[in-house]
Design a protein around this ligand. Sequence first.
Ligand SMILES: CC(C)(COP(=O)(O)OP(=O)(O)OC[C@H]1O[C@@H](n2cnc3c(N)ncnc32)[C@H](O)[C@@H]1OP(=O)(O)O)[C@@H](O)C(=O)NCCC(=O)NCCS
Length: 153
Amino acid sequence: MRRDAAEIAAVVALVRGAFAGYVGRLDPPPSAVGETPESIAELLGREHGLVAEAGDGIAVGCLFLQRRERGDVYVGRVAVAAGHRRSGVGRALMAAAEDEARRLGGVRLTLGVRLALDGNRRFFASLGFTEGALHAHPGYDRPTWIEMAKPLG
Ligand SMILES: CC(C)(COP(=O)(O)OP(=O)(O)OC[C@H]1O[C@@H](n2cnc3c(N)ncnc32)[C@H](O)[C@@H]1OP(=O)(O)O)[C@@H](O)C(=O)NCCC(=O)NCCS
């Protein structure tokens, strides 16, 4: 993605809007709703951002990629604008993420999904991700999210 103020503002709106529907539904609430232009600019300093645009150049989807140890590339902040869901934007973004992760020398894509979000677990499973270890957010005594991973063939 570009790093100019307009693109960063568009991504902030996209991420905050995409996760806003989980507030009151997820415990703990998603940290993504607290993103700001400063935090996204800071994220871009250490991660790779990908943006999907509609034909009119409006940003309708995004994600971030971070290289981790042992060839893992972590995918975060996967977001598609509510009015553009279930039309293949998320699938296309994840395909672009695989290409970018390979370019970065990655051997596996990893991500974390809230246990409560069955639809998201099905979304990533439909893309070839398998579920792994359960984790709890800090301060929680029960699992709240699950690792998912996909080898980059
Ligand atoms: C999850 C998300 C990125 C999916 O994006 P999308 O553009 O709607 O996904 P696609 O249209 O490419 O879906 C591809 C396939 O994944 C599956 N899928 C996608 N969303 C699903 C859902 N909510 N429930 C069940 N399956 C789903 C379907 O098989 C779908 O194909 P189909 O529409 O032909 O049935 C989007 O819903 C989103 O931004 N949600 C809010 C933010 C979020 O939860 N991000 C992920 C955090 S882990």
